[in-house]
Design a protein around this ligand. Sequence first.
Ligand code: IPD
Ligand code: CA
Ligand code: CA
Length: 288
Amino acid sequence: MVNGATEPFVVGSKSFTAVAINTAAKAGQWIKTKMGDINRVDTKYSTHDLVTEVDKGSEKLIRNLIMTHFPNHSILGEEGVEPGPEASAKALQAMSDEEYLWIVDPIDGTTNFVHGFPFFSVSIALAHKGEVIVGVVYDPTRDELFVAEKGKGAYMHGKVTAVCLDDKLADSLVATGLPADRIGALPINLRGIQELAPKVRNLRVAGSAALHLAYVAAGRLSGFWEIGLNAWDIAAGALLIQESGGHVTDTEGKPYHLAVRNILATNGHIHEELKCELVLAKATGFEA
Ligand code: IPD
Ligand code: CA
Ligand code: CA
């Protein structure tokens, strides 16, 4: 306890990264115990956008742990925001001036979790004045914890992660998503899939954007793109990739920042080629 009498429940002397790791691991282990034991599945923005009591419980646990250590920090968590792209953009905007902002996806890959398909993750990032300084993505199924600190590299269980060397789309394994927004984002992303599927070695659509990004960082995927994501899907994974030697922009090649929703994240070598295909397919985002 360093905060003494005035803040008796505040636990001090832990680094941001240690708290992020500990919190993601605790939430992930709890989520794992709930596999196959879900009481309630509700829909949010669309009938394809699911939420369970486990998403909400995980977010509560994460908030409590972060607040125990850093009561003056702010938290942007998916389950604390009204559903839909406008509400999430607004929520991020409203918090963009916070000095320390934790950005949390308590379960990324809820559809997989609901079906017992073992590919989902907990994603926790910490931004300082709008710049992500810590990113953790935890896969409880494989007990794989990916962690990055700005300027200090990225690791998975003590081993440095590095992007792969694939330098042609034809030799690349690329992932994307099928966005829950079936009216807006999905048709755009499908144009990209149509264009790219014949040109890459293969495509993967496994259902957790954050874990796909961690896989790019770890060299297991050559790249990832998706239209219409939220800050909590991307923030931790983007830092993992940057700290593993890769490149993260929006789908038009503009620099990544927290409000970017259309993400292109690669090992760097295939970035330009992948971007050009998305441009060709008119699959970089919504028409202005
Ligand atoms: C979803 C997953 C999925 C992606 C969707 C996201 P959620 O997040 O990351 O892979 O295609 O666009 O909304 O709802 O499971 O947290
Ligand atoms: Ca998500
Ligand atoms: Ca989620």
